[in-house]
Write a protein that binds this ligand. Structure first.
Ligand code: KE4
Length: 434
């Protein structure tokens, strides 16, 4: 059963498909895995989002993470409005870019220098070029189910076997690129060690989501991240934490602060731009000083450090410094995750929910879910039914079983309670499926 969609969104979706591939500017927005028509959004405020028929939803997508303060926060809007008065883009250095860089450095001590870019994809692509340039090595290692944007070497599927050479995850990705990408199961230190024993001195870097947020929400098992740090040190590879999603989401200093593991490079995005196009990569000074024009490794961008995005980012990070921010986010995400699990289990539905800071995920799976293979065993039909009934009741979840959910400081206990009431009905409908 796919979510019934308003005629206005249906009409606009048909129109959009005439000009835009799949009618959307990013694939997951098209509701491919849940069916039906995606609501076309008119506006959003706080924790609520409104579609073009005026239907309102409690939003747990939050633009895939950036809207941690809630939508249209007055102080962020004011900061952007103020910046706009002075122009929208200069392609030249500005004082505020240093302010944002300094704010990032204060929050993440491992980031001694940082370069702004415009998307998470750019951030991870650039961090990997830096790692390859510094080490003189060509191979990289990533984990199955982790997503780091759509640059060629990272759009790889796992081959068969434990730690394998990647296989192209999309037509157009040259095999020559994916041959340089080793894929290991997330949370599997033994398999990662095996890969290093086989390709060790050729591996420039490990890139990892320290908390996997692109296959639901899967935290690292105890010792996993520290083990990756040790492996990189043993074999002379760099450790890159892709904190595009977890940075400023799970703790002021991201997952690296939560788990006390220091990466060599970190990538950031989403929250750091406060909802405008901004991302970043940064890390050890000796590494970052190899980036042009300080060094010889090239990376550039017309809109990097854009004044409007920088204004939104500075204001967002400043507001997140308020006392109790991350306790509040964790309390909201925890109440939701635990409330969902309680209601599913009360109906005998296999269900596992995880939450870290202000992000959460759930699986229609008895658990544990510690890697992509286990995540893929989840009941897709149950998710689809749950999603549809929640959307009908005004709860806007990520339209994929393999995405994380996000709460904001604008979600109140009453919003969580309303969501759990809707979940009672949705789980009843799932139970009838079984
Ligand atoms: P962007 O290029 O989409 O800004 O960032 C890529 C990226 C890099 N690293 C991590 C950990 C990410 O989660 C992402 C992007 N996340 C997806 C959702 N899980 C963005 C949504 C979309 O693709 O439309």
């Amino acid at each position: 059963m796919s979510p019934k969609r308003s005629s206005a969104s249906k009409r606009e979706f048909t129109r959009a498909k005439r000009s835009i591939p799949g009618g959307v500017n990013s694939p997951v927005r098209a509701y491919g895995s849940v069916g039906g028509t995606p609501p076309f959004i008119e506006s959003a405020k706080g924790c609520r989002i409104r579609d073009i028929d005026g239907r309102e939803y409690i939003d747990y997508v939050g633009s895939w993470g950036p809207m941690i303060l809630g939508h249209a926060h007055p102080k962020v809007l004011a900061a952007v409005r103020e910046a706009m008065k002075r122009g929208t883009s200069f392609g030249a250095p500005t004082v505020r870019e240093s302010e944002l860089a300094e704010a990032i450095r204060r929050a993440l001590p491992s980031v001694q220098k940082v370069r702004m870019v415009s998307s998470g994809t750019e951030a991870t692509m650039s961090a990997l070029r830096l790692a390859r340039g510094v080490t003189g090595r060509d191979r990289i290692l990533k984990f199955d189910g982790c997503y780091h944007g759509h640059s060629d070497g990272l759009l790889v599927g796992a081959g068969s076997g434990v730690a394998t050479l990647g296989i192209p995850g999309s037509p157009g990705v040259p095999k020559a690129m994916t041959d340089l990408t080793i894929v290991a199961p997330f949370n599997d230190l033994a398999a990662t060690r095996q890969a290093f024993e086989k390709w060790g001195r050729d591996i420039a870097a490990i890139i990892v989501e320290p908390i996997a947020g692109n296959m639901g929400c899967i935290p690292p098992v105890p010792g996993f991240l520290k083990g990756l740090r040790a492996l990189c040190d043993e074999f002379g590879a760099l450790l890159i934490f892709d904190e595009v999603m977890t940075g400023f989401r799970v703790a002021p200093g991201g997952a690296q602060r939560l788990y006390k593991v220091k990466p060599d490079l970190t990538t950031l995005g989403k929250v750091v731009g406060g909802g405008l196009p901004a991302a970043a990569y940064g890390g050890r000074r000796d590494l970052m000083d190899r980036i042009a024009p300080a060094g010889d490794i090239y990376q550039a961008g017309t809109l990097s450090g854009n004044p409007l995005a920088v204004a939104a980012g500075i204001e967002t990070l400043a507001l997140l410094e308020a006392e109790g921010t991350y306790e509040t986010l964790a309390a909201r995400a925890g109440a939701l995750a635990e409330g969902l699990a309680e209601r599913a289990h009360a109906r005998g539905i296999p269900f596992t929910a995880r939450h870290v800071g202000g992000m959460l995920g759930f699986f229609f799976h008895p658990g544990p879910v510690e890697n992509f293979a286990q995540a893929q065993q989840s009941d897709a039909a149950a998710f689809k039914r749950f999603f549809a009934v929640m959307l009908e009741q005004g709860i806007y979840l990520a339209p994929s079983a393999y995405e994380a959910g996000f709460v904001s400081l604008a979600h109140r206990p009453g919003d969580i309670a309303r969501t759990l009431d809707a979940a009672e009905i949705a789980f009843d409908r799932v139970a009838r499926l079984r």
